[in-house]
Every structure is written in C-alpha cells, then in structure tokens.
Write a protein that binds this ligand. Structure first.
Ligand SMILES: C[S@@+](CC[C@H](N)C(=O)[O-])C[C@H]1O[C@@H](n2cnc3c(N)ncnc32)[C@H](O)[C@@H]1O
Length: 528
C-alpha cells in the first residue's frame, strides 16, 4: 500500500545484537534468568518480546530506569531541569548556560535526568544561548528539540554502555529519509543546530539523524504533570498491538518505568503495548503508526471492519436507517465504506474514503469547539449525531468517557447534588464505555480502573438514597452492595498500581477507603 513499507526491511537487515548480547554486555546474567520474557525476531516486526512463562494480570514484567529523558518534539518551552511549562516572565535563565529554568533551586538541576552539569557546560561552551530569542518564548520552542538528541550524544562519553544500547534500537533511517517533512525538520531543528550553530563538529549528520530516528521510534511519552519523553533499555522491545496486553506507568522524579500485564499473557505470546491511541478508530491508528512509527499494522483489530465488535468507526446508514456503515477493507487507507445491512435489503449505501475523511474532520472540528467541562454541549452533540454515528463510534466514545468523569466532579454536577436521573445517566455512560474497554483495553488498564471507580459512585449513592427510604428488601440491598463491591475491588486493584502522586493513584486511595466502608456495612448485612 505504501512505498515506505518496502524499504523497512532494508533498514532492518543491518546486523543487530540480540537482547541477550545486551544483557551479557552489561554483566547481568542473573537478571537474564529472572526475566519474565525472552526476545524473538520476526521478518515483519524485527525483535519483539514474548512471555517466557504464563504471566498473570497485574504481574510486573519489567521495571527500569530511563536511559535518557527530556522534552517532547512538540513541547512548549519547558524548564530544562524539571520540565514544567514556562510562561513569559515566570522563568529564569541558568546562571551558567543561559537556557531557561523554573528557578535556581529546581530539583532537576545537576541531575542526569534533568539539566546535568555536563549539558550545562556544553551549552555554555558552545555559546548556544545566543540563538535563543527571549523576546518571545514561542521562538525558543524549536531549539528545545535538539536537547534530547544532545543528551543522547553526551552518553557517548558519560555512559558508553547506555549509548551502545541506544544505538542498537531501530531508527528506520532508510524510510525516514524519504519523508521530507520528517527528515528536513530534523535537519533544520536538530542536525544543523548541533553541528553548525553550536559547532559540535565531532558528531556526524548521519549519527544525529540516527539518534532522531531512535527517539521517534522508541520513546515513551512519560511524565505526570509534564509532557516529556523517555528512552528505556528494554521496554522498547515490546511490539505494538491495537489491543495491548500490558499497561505501564512512570514514577515522578526518577521516571522509573514499570510494565505490568493487563491480561493473562500465555507462554510464548507477544508482550505488547499500543503505540497508538486505542480509543481511536482503525484509520486514525494506522495513519499514526505509519507516520510516526513507520510501519503498517495488520493486527486482528485493524483487520476486522467491526474492530472486534466495538464499532469504533461505524456510521449509521442514512438510507436504510437500521444498517451499520463499515469500511470495506480496513487495511487499505483508500477503501470505500458501505452499509452492511444486506439481509434487511438496504437499497445500498457507499461512501468513498475521501468523503468519509472530510465528514470525520468536520465532526471532529465541531467536537473540538466544545469546552472540556461543558456537559450540556456534550449531551447536545450526542443527540445531534445519534442518527449518524454509531453509539460507540470513537468520537462518541471520547465524549462518553468525558461525561463518565464529569458527572459528579464539576461545579453544578457534584456527586451528592445529582438527581437520580443524572446518576442513572452517569451509570449508563460508564457501562457503555466499559463494554468497549473490555474489548480494546481489557483487564487491568488505567482507563478501566478509572471508569470502574466512576461507576461505583452513582451506584452507591442511589443505593444509599433508596435504603434511606426503606424501599429495599435486605436481599436486594445486599445484591446491589455486592455489585458495587465488585466494581470497587477491581478499581482498587488497578488504581493501586498507579504512582500515589498521580490522579489515578489518589483515586486508588479513595477506592480503598470506600471498600473499607462497604466492609463495615457487611458487618450488618452479612458477607457476600
Ligand atoms: C519500539 S520498536 C520495537 C523494537 C523493534 N522491533 C526492534 O527490533 O528494535 C518499534 C518498531 O518495531 C516494529 N514493530 C513493532 N510492532 C510492530 C507490529 N505490530 N507490526 C509491524 N512492525 C512492528 C516497527 O518497525 C516499529 O517501528
């Protein structure tokens, strides 16, 4: 389908060390024995991780510190130490190198995962700050793009073992070279800056482009309050799947990455994560993977027009009114879409790929106009498109996820103020979202944990209200309490994997407390 694909194999044909070489090179044989995974190689995917033995949901597969972290390519201007976004006037310049910082006391100063002494010395020696136009912070943004590549290059001297591990990662240079918007942007913002502006002639253009490719292909988006990327020594080996079987999180400050199984991973099965946003439809995910990770996905979900029954891309047929419009060939970016209501004799409805894209772009623009907290506008949107978009179309699903979290949280909709009707609405959207998540983000995944937590709250309040009116029999009360207990228990397991400093980690603490209260009630109604 795409000319980029053929060259892919070429770039992969260069010889690469296996993960075993990497581990042995690190003198870490013990760790190799203990590892939950081994590494295989396939023609399609290159190296990929497989489970050495059955791995249970929630089990840690790996936990490791990053090789390098720093600003993302599309980041705003950030503090070089702690990566807080900097506003005009609310920042200082590093006394030594003159690059922007949040304060002279920033916790990321003289830290190898922040603004290290060596980075500061190089930025000073090269007089790099003379190119920073502080009259307008926006003009500094593109300069930030060269920082992570510089940090990688610094490793060559400060940590040659990590530099070797990094150089062993996929860069897709042969493919990327043929994509002018990727290659030329790197040439301008990274290569020319490091070699010409900063005068670091010891690095070659090829070497810097390779580093850029490695970062693009292998970085994890990390950070809790901040928007940064990190490269990890073994986690990069996980292959992509649009229904992943792992979940990962990163710690604040040290950026330790922990990968856990979200579902059971049988021995010999690939250990996967999704490089794309799972809540988008096949077309969007595949476009993202091709443009940013330089491969085409042929997973089960991508190959199935119904996306395994979650209908993330389906429209409702405007002709027969009852049929579902699906992509004729989801593995072809240019495929048309048709009504699939053959048995009920739809007169026939087909829409070309281009018109579908235009329609989705127009609807997306409309959604983007809705304020993040405007539940009324969200409900109006769902109502307006109820005969156009499938109820679980990814655009609807995004809105339903927002509603599942906003009802009960924002001003005017605090949980105890909600009418029974709105509580029921919150329950409905949570259940609808969970039905889809059970297909595309199954098991112990963060978004399921959050949605289960959101679901328990209205159920519990309705139960309390009804029990206060004494309209429930003891057995009905117990049945409903048991249901809340079930959701909350799973939410608690999932959310307690999250760092305590994160929003989800806090939710985990709240889930534990709520479970404690239910256990008190159990003393009255009896164990479930
Ligand atoms: C983060 S790297 C994974 C490690 C890589 N396979 C290696 O050997 O270094 C991502 C790259 O692996 C390949 N890859 C991962 N998952 C894939 C999949 N499901 N289908 C095809 N290629 C995949 C693609 O080349 C992608 O750009």
């Amino acid at each position: 389908m795409n000319s980029r694909k053929k060259k892919d194999n070429k770039s992969r044909s260069r010889s690469k060390s296996t993960i075993n070489d990497i581990v042995i090179a690190r003198g870490d044989l013990k760790q190799e024995e203990d590892r939950k995974y081994s590494v295989k190689v396939s023609k399609l995917m290159g190296r990929y991780m497989v489970a050495k033995k059955d791995i249970e949901p929630g089990e840690i597969i790996l936990s490791e510190p990053p090789i390098v972290v720093g600003p993302c390519t599309d980041c705003k201007v950030q503090c070089l130490g702690c990566y807080k976004n900097l506003e005009e006037q609310a920042f200082i310049k590093c006394k030594t190198c003159n690059w922007p910082l949040c304060s002279q006391k920033c916790s990321g100063l003289n830290n190898h995962l922040g603004h290290s002494e060596i980075e500061c010395a190089i930025l000073k020696q090269t007089n790099s700050s003379k190119f920073l136009d502080y009259s307008n912070l926006l003009k500094i943004r593109s300069h930030m793009q060269a920082l992570v590549p510089l940090r990688c290059l610094i490793l060559k001297k400060t940590n040659p073992k990590n530099y070797d591990i990094l150089l062993n990662m996929e860069h897709h240079n042969a493919l990327r070279q043929n994509i002018p918007e990727v290659w030329n942007t790197n040439q301008e913002n990274v290569v020319n800056r490091i070699i010409n502006d900063w005068g670091l002639k010891e690095f070659s253009e090829d070497e810097i482009h390779t580093i850029c490719g490695i970062l693009e292909v292998n970085c994890f988006e990390i950070g809790q309050e901040v928007n940064i990327r990190g490269l990890y020594p073994t986690a990069f080996l996980m292959s992509h799947d649009c229904v992943p079987n792992t979940n990962h999180n990163d710690e604040e400050i040290n950026y330790f990455l922990t990968v856990r199984a979200s579902t059971k991973i049988p021995e010999g099965h690939a250990v996967t994560l999704s490089y794309a946003y799972t809540l988008q439809n096949t077309l969007k995910r595949r476009e993202h993977l091709l443009d940013n990770k330089f491969f085409e996905c042929y997973c089960k979900r991508c190959s199935d027009p119904t996306e395994l029954g979650c209908y993330s891309a389906a429209l409702l047929c405007p002709k027969c009114k009852t049929g579902v419009v699906l992509c004729d060939n989801p593995l072809d970016f240019d495929s048309s879409w048709s009504c699939t209501n053959w048995s009920k004799k739809c007169p026939g409805y087909t829409i070309p790929a281009r018109s579908m894209k235009l329609l989705l772009n127009r609807i997306t623009q409309e959604v983007d106009q809705i304020d993040n907290n405007d539940v009324v506008a969200m409900e109006q949107f769902l109502n307006k498109y109820r005969n156009v978009l499938h109820p679980t179309h990814y655009i609807n699903l995004g809105i339903k996820i927002s509603l599942s979290q906003l009802y009960g949280k924002i001003k005017g909709y605090l949980i105890h103020e909600l009418s029974n009707e709105v509580l029921e609405r919150k329950i409905d959207v949570c259940r609808e979202v969970l039905e889809v998540l059970d297909i595309i983000e199954p098991g112990y995944t963060r978004i399921r944990g959050v949605t289960l937590y959101e679901l328990h709250a209205p159920l519990m309040i309705l139960l309390t209200r009804e029990s206060a009116k004494q309209t429930l029999s003891k057995s009905e009360f117990k049945r409903r309490l048991k249901e809340v207990f079930k959701y909350l228990t799973e939410a608690s397991i999932i959310l307690n994997y999250e760092p305590k400093s994160s929003i989800e980690g806090n939710m985990g603490v709240a889930a534990n407390e709520a479970l404690g209260q239910i256990r008190e009630w159990q003393k009255i109604v009896g164990k479930f």
